[in-house]
Ligand binder design. Sequence first.
Ligand code: GTP
Length: 440
Amino acid sequence: MSRIKSFWQQRSLKFWLASGLVMTIAPVCLLAVLGYLRFHSEIVQPLVAVTEEQSQVLQPLNQIEINLWDVSRAVVDYAATGQRGYADSYVEHRDLIDQAFVRLEQAVARQPLLEQDVRQALADWRAVTEDAEQVLGLPPRMMDTSRRQPVLAFEDDIDRLGHDLGKLFEDVRLANEASHRRALAAITQFDQLALAALLLSVVFGVLGLWIINRSLIDSMNRLSDGAMKFADGDPDHRIEVRIPYELAGVADTFNTMRSKILLQQRELETAAITDSLTGLHNRRHFDRMLAQECLRAERFGQPLALVLCDIDHFKKFNDTYGHQNGDRVLKAVSEALHDAIRQVDVVCRYGGEEFVVILPNCDREQAGEAAERLRQTMAALSVQLADGQTVAISGSFGVAIQSDQDSDPETLIRRADDALYDSKRHGRDRVTLAAATEVT
Ligand SMILES: Nc1nc2c(ncn2[C@@H]2O[C@H](COP(=O)(O)OP(=O)(O)OP(=O)(O)O)[C@@H](O)[C@H]2O)c(=O)[nH]1
């Protein structure tokens, strides 16, 4: 099954277009050729044959009829006058009739009914000639009543022959009518076939158009729809084109390009919200997250806490150990803070040596405890410097809880910052809760 599927999927655009066109045009051409052949063999040829056969029969038949009249007149006149000229005339017309009978026999050779008629007429003609030659053999002007007998017999035979010829004419006419009836039946049948062929052509035409539509138009529509959806911001839409393989290739290229763009976009988005030194989220992300969390907390009536942290005497550290070692401290603190918070909490680098943690669904008491835990984590941190020596650091913390009076992010930050300032003012390495509630 899959081999059949892949066979069709490997067909080219040229193949599908050609198939569609062949489907549309070939049946019409085929039916036209078959129709012509059938029309020729069923109608034209039989009609021509019948016409030829009839003329081959009718010509000698007419010749016999015409000359029979002359034969009859020659015999009767000879019997009446005894002039030899009539006997000569008889012989001349008899020979013509003999020749006509030879042609007639040949013409009806394959028509049993007519052949029988001709055989009968020929037998009667022989009787006529025998009678005639008996009459012509008598001495002239010596006929009495008894000698009129051969003439009467001759006349009877002529009548019989006339009747035979009449029957022959009638049978030729009947044969003619029969062949015309056959031709008419063939024409009627041909009409029905032509109608069926027309319907078949329409069906195949529609099938051909369907193939072209399926292989080309539909696939191209899918491509342009997919491109439009991607442009309209639907990044998950994959373009599914199977045939023809050229357009399937275009769809694959487009899907690969789409995946790469999405990857780059995600990398850019991640870079835009990540602090390159520490790998924590940056200030931009913090601003966005805080606004969202404030709204969420307000909506669900949950408490929200914000913890600001600043490394103590960092300028002095930088001045003493160098900026590179300062960076090491920033990285170590980032890692420690990140490991010390819950999964739902968000820690960001607020700027310089300042960090901020958003604690959703966290009340004043829990926030104080969390900040204290962070402080202790920092105090316990032993940072290894570039030269191998380790140093201890500390941090000051300010905690603010979202309340009815200060539900907006700016106020929350300002209050946490004020609390942090208080921690600095009161000797550093401590946590201060906004509204001057100090934990340590
Ligand atoms: N190594 C390093 N230092 C930084 C970075 N960003 C800011 N700093 C330094 O952090 C120091 C901050 O100094 P201050 O604002 O005076 O604060 P402090 O020295 O920590 O004093 P207190 O906050 O009062 O304890 C400055 O010397 C900055 O140059 C950074 O990315 N890397």
